[in-house]
Design a protein around this ligand. Structure first.
Ligand SMILES: C[S@@+](CC[C@H](N)C(=O)[O-])C[C@H]1O[C@@H](n2cnc3c(N)ncnc32)[C@H](O)[C@@H]1O
Length: 283
């Protein structure tokens, strides 16, 4: 992944950075093709909906990019807010959801959400900002804006999966998949690994996408492998092309508070006092 190492190293310095995302910032057309190709069988959506039904609820999408996932949430949610730091994408996300009266897009970043406390039932982020150690400020912000009982859902790529994760590891030799999984476990998340399938209209679309995700040598290797996997000869370049890609879905639900015999403690009280440490799910 061309963008990932630079993003993660700048991120580790901590603070308020916007993580460079060249794939969607500079190759937006190819990224749209990628988003349309991803998870064609709806496995990620099935896992998310199995964790929580957001019908009639208030949903926040952090790092929403140009808003690809906002309409899907908006179809059943009461309200949806997309947060995105990169101004041109904020504009494009607003254009995408222009007709949807229950969606709003705001410029902002995960570490400092321009939103009040406890106003969302679901906070979602997909391949954005929450990549492991260093994302603690964003985790705190997500927790702050969730209502008690609300759910944080983080979707990212499974760097241990075959073959996509192997290509990622070639570009990210120092990335530590078990360390990242331990980080999310320590923060109180459940993790589900989700095998999916990307489906492209043709080999050219697949190549355009892999070229924005990997360094040139890794992209060349990946393209050749996918062509082999799909038995694409240059003569049969028009046929649809599929690619297995693994994801992780991390979920954590904000405690609603504790009920002690004869005494009830609200979540707000609990977060200010010793009671919060009694939650088994919180860091
Ligand atoms: C790979 S894109 C994913 C976009 C979108 N979630 C999707 O699935 O189409 C990552 C996005 O995270 C955004 N981003 C970068 N730094 C961020 C931060 N500190 N807080 C929130 N979003 C951030 C980028 O601008 C970019 O739009």
């Amino acid at each position: 992944m061309r963008w990932f190492p630079r993003a993660v190293s700048s991120f580790r310095r901590g603070g308020d950075e916007v993580l460079p995302s060249p794939n969607i910032w500079y190759y937006q057309k190819a990224y749209e093709v990628e988003n349309r190709a991803q998870d064609v069988d709806g496995e990620i959506w099935r896992v998310l909906a199995g964790c929580r039904d957001w019908s009639g609820e208030d949903v926040l999408d952090i790092g929403c990019g140009d808003g690809f996932h906002l309409p899907r949430f908006a179809a059943t949610a009461r309200s949806v807010v997309g947060i995105e730091p990169h101004e041109p994408l904020v504009r494009d996300a607003r254009n995408r959801v222009g007709e949807l009266s229950n969606v709003e897009v705001r410029q902002g970043r995960a570490q400092r959400l321009p939103l009040p406390d406890a106003v969302f039932d679901v906070v979602h982020a997909r391949t954005a900002y929450f990549f492991g150690p260093g994302c603690e400020p964003g985790l705190r912000e997500a927790e702050r804006v969730l209502r008690p009982g609300g759910t944080l859902m983080i979707v990212d790529l499974d760097v241990t999966s075959e073959p996509y994760g192997r290509w990622m590891r070639l570009d990210l030799p120092r990335y530590d998949p078990p360390g990242v999984e331990k980080f999310f476990a320590r923060q109180g998340f459940d993790c589900r690994k989700v095998p999916t399938r990307w489906l492209f209209e043709d080999a050219a679309a697949m190549e355009a996408v892999l070229k924005i995700e990997f360094s040139a040598p890794v992209a060349a290797k990946a393209v050749a492998e996918v062509r082999r996997l799909n038995k694409v000869s240059s003569a049969a370049g028009e046929k649809r092309v599929t690619l297995p890609v693994g994801y992780r879905v991390h979920t954590r639900t904000k405690p609603t508070g504790l009920v002690v015999p004869g005494h009830s403690v609200s979540s707000a009280d609990a977060s200010a006092g010793a009671a919060s440490s009694a939650s088994p799910r919180m860091p």
